[in-house]
Design a protein around this ligand. Sequence first.
Ligand code: GLU
Length: 483
Amino acid sequence: MTQRQVRVRIAPSPTGYVHVGTARTAIFNYLYARHYGGKFLVRIENTDRKRSDPALIEPILEAMKWLGLNWDEEIVYQADRLETYSRYAQQILADGHGYRCFCPPELLQKDRDEAQAQKRTPHYNRRCLNLSQEQIDSRLADGKPYTIRIRIPEGEPRFDDLVSGELTRRSEDIEDFIIARSDGSATYNLAVVVDDHEMGITDVIRGNDHITNTFKQIQIYRALGFEIPRFAHVPLILRPDKKKVSKRLGDKDVMAYREEGILPEAMFNYLCLLGWSSKDDREFYTVPELIDIFKAENFNPSNAIFDEEKLVAINREHIVRKTDHELAAIVAPLLVEAGLTSRYWLETRWDYLRAVVGLLKERVRRLQDFVTLSGYFFAFDYRYDAKAVAKQFTVEKADLLEELADRFEGQAGFTHQNVEATLSALAEEKGVKRAELIHPVRLAVSGIPAGPSLYEMLVVLSQPVVVERMHRAVDYIRSPGGS
Ligand code: GLU
């Protein structure tokens, strides 16, 4: 085969969403194009008029954009190309690679029922293959409707799959399938071949549920004299219980993961591991790294299992590696949406937000965790955790907290080191363990018993806020029913 510039495509059928398997296949095509310096194209398979509704198409493009799968040329819509397909069907007929089939649907159904009763695979029995020209003309003159079938030649078609190696199928197992319906409209496989040819597709990377279609499509390529592309049939994505992901079972819109706080680069990274591996046991990759190392040899033929836990673990790694500034930009709208703060408030406190996300990022698995973990950084009216109050807010602790608050107030340079030294000195003076101060202080300034490193947290909250919150806790403990 001549070395042409690589051109690949993703060809989703409009369904209003992008299933993780389709997203994964789109990612493979994208990486393949970028790695080999080629083009990545999009074709919308909407020959069915009902599927031309923008509500079914837009979400697909939105998901592609979210994942950063930028396509290189104008999108091809099959709905715009119906006449072209019909023209090619006529060409196959005219060249003798196809024939008219006048068999009425009821007769075909009867054939199928018979085959089933005899436990044979139903195949068209070529009743119309050898009609004479006279027979054809008379049926046409009678206005009898007909479909066009492709004539499958003898032989054993084979192709080298980039994932699974050589695949073969006996010709007898491929029936003379219909390429154009009785209304002249082309069927799916013809449309795909015509488009892949006219779009100059060099490599077809798609799910291995299309292998049977590929054998049919190869017959069409041959009939039309088109160059046959390379094929890569990637394994299906299975659920952790090894069941096939389906509409009913765990089929999920890739965008649902955005709502669940998954970063697009984490989704990209994780999906890439399903059916491909660099063979070095690495799992964390950035997109530029993947572009660099994505080779066709590394497709993996075994079925891939979608494990949400692993996705979340990879998400965590991507979160940790982002700069605090990048994270602040991502988290700000989530905080506003959750009502924790306002855009206006954040605009003047960008450094504060940056410090907060920096403090929390090691503890976060999904982006939403920033919202659940950071409430007390933005709200002053938080409640104290009742269980922790019973343990930490004793009357003796009120005295200690009060003393420490006073010392913090007079502290010059409210830094990690200074704050720690002040707390340690007080603990030593009073003959108590540091933990006996650390826990009530944490509860006083955050309302909860766990969180990031205390000293860092105090510095981020700032001296006046910490002092005020500690005094408030002291008042709370001393109030009737407070401890
Ligand atoms: N529309 C097909 C699908 O969504 C695409 C098949 C192909 O890539 O050729 O599975």
